[in-house]
Design a protein around this ligand. Sequence first.
Ligand code: ZN
Length: 131
Amino acid sequence: MFVEEVPVRTRSRVEFVNIDGLVRDFIKKSGINEGFLTLFVPHTTAAITINENADPSVVRDIIRTTSKLVPYKGDYDHFEGNSDAHIKASLFGHSETVIVSGGKPLLGTWQSLYFCEFDGPRTRRLILSIS
Ligand code: ZN
C-alpha cells in the first residue's frame, strides 16, 4: 500500500476543487497501475465527491442548491457558527474509493473528483492511498 497526504488550498468559504490532476500524479508516483484508490478528507467541515466536469454550471448548481437546503445562518446550536459546514460535510461524505486500471482512475467520461470546501478559505489535508 502506498499512502500520501497532500495539501489542498481553498480560496472561498464554499468551493469545489477539482483534484483529478493531483490524483493522477499520486497514482503515477505510487507505481501501482491496478488496484483501489481511496481518498479521505480528515476534516469535519470538508468532504469529497464525484460529479460532472464538462459544464461548470453543474458544480455551481450543486453549491447553490446545497446552500438553500442547509443555509449558513439557521437554527443551529453549535457555538462556532459553522453548523452548515458540518452538516454539508456529512451529507457529501469524507471518502471515495475509485478503481485504478492501466495507471488511471476508472471514472466516467464526464466525472471528476472534487474536494468540497464548506468552511474556507484555508489549507486542507487530503489523504490518498492505493493498494
Ligand atoms: Zn464547528
